[in-house]
Write a protein that binds this ligand. Sequence first.
Ligand code: AMP
Length: 389
Amino acid sequence: MLNIALFGPPGAGKGTQSEFLIKKYKLFYISTGDLLRKEIKEETDLGLAAKSIIEEGGLVSDEIIVQIIEKTIKNNPDANGFLFDGFPRTYVQAFILEGLMIKLNTSLNRLISIDVPEEVSVKRLMERGKTSGRSDDTEAVIRNRLKEYHDKTLPVLKYYKEKKIYSSVDGTKSIEEVTQAIEKIIKEELSKNLLNIVLFGYPGSGRGVQGMKLAEKYDLEYVATGHMLDEEIRKKTKIGKQIKSFYENGQLVPDEIVVQLIENKIANKEHSKGFVFKGFPRTLVQSYIFDGIMKKHGLSITKIFELKVPTLELLKRLEDRRKSDNAKPFDSSTKKIISRLEQHEKTTIPVIKRYKQLSSVTKIDGTLSVDEVFEKLCHEIETGYKNLR
Ligand code: AMP
């Protein structure tokens, strides 16, 4: 979920920018001003209570605001996220928003302030008043709205500065330039929100099958170094030929090659919702490289799994695969299979240990059926992800 609040004095351009943002990021738009005007038009009790205050340029009571926002949020439980315009407008409303977000098991990602000097606001609102039909777009009311903004709304910024989710853009620039500045901030937020999963486990533990299923279900990019290397071999590229000889000797492919392929994948993350990493990082050195690549691209690991399967069962599975049509180039003999298992124990187990110390690694019983393992993984991801939001 992506929840953004647009902040700024009346006339800063919040409404204009919102139009673009809700389309591009498929957010549900909550403009307390629009909602109030709708209540007034429909002559509801809420509307009647708010009408005179709005006409004078004052702020309506928090009770009314909570009621209209709650109603709107409740009616849209499946929204991709919310874009708030004109809320929170007081320090108290910042706490109210916090409470509403907790109720939805989510949080506000960022408050973006569109900064414009007072005289620009007045000029723009007077201009808008000629066509908007809004009874509060007249000079006397505008001055009062700005006074309310200075007295009651500006303190809201302190709350978000302290929370460190405050950003500002220069609202005197052209509409397009302001849009671009806001987009840049949102992009950064989105990349923090990606779902990045690392799957560990011995060869034969089912990482490949599960990784692909996860990628499909959550619309993630499947980053399997093995696959990527196979692809190079299949395409008979120069790198592919080198890779083939490493494989045939049961050796790991050098980091230079693997890193290059992974970076290419990650660099194209524009439209991705996250990544499933399988078969990488495989050595301690690669784990440092991995942390570096993630950092460089502003990504963080959401969840690390280890699929546990006893060695004898692994051997049985890999032997069966060797004799089947699914045989991989590296399982051409029992000796090679054993060498891969040994290699994993020697080089990859220390990597898992490292991540166990750094964060947490969730163990999953890999002897269960494919569907059961998948169900467990999904359950862990969904509960973990909710906590993160
Ligand atoms: P806007 O469309 O955001 O400029 O809002 C128009 C008017 O609605 C404001 O001048 C206030 O009277 C009222 N209003 C809108 N949002 C709020 C809010 N969050 N708290 C109090 N009053 C609000």
